[in-house]
Every structure is written in C-alpha cells, then in structure tokens.
Design a protein around this ligand. Structure first.
Ligand SMILES: Cc1ncc(COP(=O)(O)O)c(C=O)c1O
Length: 364
C-alpha cells in the first residue's frame, strides 16, 4: 500500500471551480492588488481573529518584512530556534541582522527557559517558531519580551490553525507570519505568504514595504520591495479557505490517532501534548530509536516518511560565520538524529494510517 506525504493531486482533483474564478479575473485585468486579494486578506484576518492580514510573496517575505517594519537594523540580534526551517534564519540574516539560536524542548520548539540567557544589549526581537504545527507557549514568550522590551514575530508558517487556549497562533506577537507554499495547511499553486497584525501602524508600514514603498501611484514614501501576493494565487487561497476547518480537523484527528497507537511502541517517543494547545500536525513528528533503519523500512513498505530536518541550523555551512560548534544545542542535535515525520495529511484514509502503524510495529 502507498502512503504518500503529499496530497496535492487529491486536493485539487477538480480544479474547474478555481479555473472559473480565474477566468472571471482575467476578464477584469485586475491582476495586482486585485479584488480577490483584498477578499482573501479579509477572510484570513477573520479566521485568525486579527485586525489585519497582508498578503505577501512568500512566508520568507512575511518574516523579513515584519522585521523591517519593526525597525530591526543591521547588527541587531534576533533569537530563534536552532531546529527551524532555513528561511527563519535567512529572513534575519538577509536584512543584515544576526541570527542567535536557542535550543529546543521535547515538543521540537524553542526551549523558553534558555531564551533569557541569549539576550544581550543588541537583542531586538524573538522569532518563536511553531514548528510542525506545535505551538510555542506564547504567554511565556510575551512575558519575556515585555520584560526585556523586545519585539515578537511569530513564525507560524507551519502552524495555520494551531491554538493556545482557543486563540490562534500568529495572533499573539507584533506580527504572525504564514506561508501558503503548496504543502502548507492553506496552500496556493506556487508561492505565497501572509502577515497578520493587530497594529494599524505596522499594517500601514507593511503595505508600503510590500509595494515599492508606494502610498499611491505617484508618491513613494520609502525605497522598498515588490513582494505582493499575486491576485491569481489569492483566487486559489479563497477556495482553500472554504475547507480550512475540515483540513485542520482531519490533521488533528490523524495526529491524535497516531499518538494513541504509537505511544505503546517501545522505541518510539511521542512528544508530550499540553491540554491547552491545539496541535495541527503540519508534520507529525516523533522520535524513533534506529531512525534511519525505520525510515528505510517504512519506505520499503510504501510509506513516504521524511525527516524535518536532518541538520540543525547552527551546523549548516550557511551559519559558519556565526561561529557555532557541535554540542552548542544538544537537544536539537540529538533530535535531528531521531526525528521522523509520518504522513498525516487530510486525504489519508484509515487503512493507510493503520498500514503506517503496522509497518512501525513490524520494524520494532
Ligand atoms: C518554519 C518555516 N518558516 C518559514 C518558511 C518560509 O516559507 P516560504 O517557503 O513560503 O518562503 C517555511 C516554509 O517552509 C517554514 O516551514
């Protein structure tokens, strides 16, 4: 039996309704900052319970523009997790700021108890990453940020729909950053990103930063970027928004089922789940003894398991100039050797989930 990681062929098996809306758009010529984009932003903000949502080119743009809107400058330090996707660090580094990594906890997110030790006079912001759809405890992050007068930019690229105490992640910080990459929970046909915020001032800055600094057609307020979310992609986003609750519910259900089945298997460690958090399982990740053997075994059984990610950022070549060493972040380094991501998407059926668990039991 095949258990694929990707679900795109199922999700867009009937693209006609989307094509119909694209045909309608083509008849208006409203391609940049068009009406469907405005509608998508309004729906996105309503879903997240924020005052504003601003569509941008990618999740990486969302992070980069957020830092710029908060006046993070070259030489400023920004703290983030050592195990995140490369873009989080890239957004910091490409504006000339310095990524400062923190180790992670048993939920694969930033270890909050280690943040304060990393704060210096140059620290300007924290980027907590809700990796795999596991929320970082934002109450604690915000309290540290308030104490040290730091900005908080949430990297919620993998966590569309995750919640803490019933409130969506991405709505706690100065901004929340989302990716609409094809394998994200709200996805488009290529690249896209969204920034959420409750601040009118940040919203107004972001509108300039994403659109060449233009206040209107003839007045440029600041030299900036062109990273608008394509209106054509917003048409796709509007269709996906119609099923977002079902998508999230399915992932939550599949994750809870895996938790129950896998927690009895010696060799597998399921992360602790906190009662007040909703885990949306962008990736369903556990730690596994003999991970590489299990990975090969699962693949031989048709299960498209993956590793997110095999080498933490401080050990990547791109980080050489930051002078980190092996051993600096022991939890992230240990986990990188043991983590495995199992297919968990919304289109899997029960037989496929059972096949994954049977194959894991067979291995051990
Ligand atoms: C945690 C995290 N941050 C940032 C990004 C960047 O998003 P994008 O690929 O849309 O630029 C991603 C994308 O995979 C991500 O997983």
């Amino acid at each position: 039996m095949e258990v694929p990681y990707s679900y795109l062929l199922d999700q867009f098996s009937d693209p006609e309704p989307i094509f119909n809306d694209m045909r309608a758009l083509v008849k208006t010529g409203d391609y940049t900052l068009g009406k469907p984009l405005i509608e998508f932003e309004q729906q996105f903000a309503a879903y997240f319970g924020t005052a504003y949502a601003i569509g941008v080119g990618t999740g990486t743009d969302a992070l980069r523009l957020s830092l710029l809107a908060l006046d993070v400058k070259p030489g400023d330090e920004v703290i983030t997790a050592a195990n995140t996707f490369y873009s989080t660090a890239a957004a910091i580094a490409t504006i000339g700021a310095i990524p400062v990594f923190a180790d992670v906890d048993d939920n694969f997110v930033m270890d909050i108890d280690q943040i304060e030790a990393s704060i210096t006079k140059r620290t300007k912001a924290i980027i907590p990453v809700h990796l795999h759809g596991c929320p970082v405890d934002m109450h604690k992050i915000l309290s540290i940020a308030r104490k040290h007068n730091l900005h908080v930019v949430e990297d919620a690229c993998q966590a569309i729909g995750a919640e803490i105490d019933g409130k969506k992640v991405g709505s706690f910080g100065s901004t929340g950053c989302f990716s609409l990459h094809p394998l994200k929970n709200i996805n488009v046909w290529g690249d896209g990103g969204v920034i959420t915020t409750n601040s009118e001032a940040i919203h107004d800055k972001l509108l300039l930063l994403r659109n060449n600094g233009l206040k209107n057609r003839d007045e440029c307020m600041v030299y900036a970027y062109n990273c608008r979310l394509d209106t054509l992609q917003a048409v796709v986003g509007l269709h996906v928004m119609k099923t977002i609750r079902w998508i999230i519910d399915q992932r939550v259900k599949h994750g809870a089922w895996y938790d129950k089945e896998l927690s009895h298997i010696q060799g597998i460690t399921v992360p602790p789940r906190r009662q007040n958090m909703r885990y949306v399982h962008h990736n369903y990740v556990v730690q596994a003894e003999g991970r590489d053997g299990l990975l090969a075994h699962l693949r031989a059984r048709g299960v498209d398991a993956k590793v997110h990610y095999p080498l933490p950022l401080h050990l990547q070549e791109a980080s050489n100039y930051l002078h980190y060493h092996q051993g600096d972040f022991p939890a992230a380094e240990q986990q990188a050797k043991k983590i495995i991501s199992l297919p968990v998407h919304q289109h899997l059926h029960e037989g496929q989930l059972r096949h994954v668990v049977t194959a894991i039991k067979e291995f051990y």
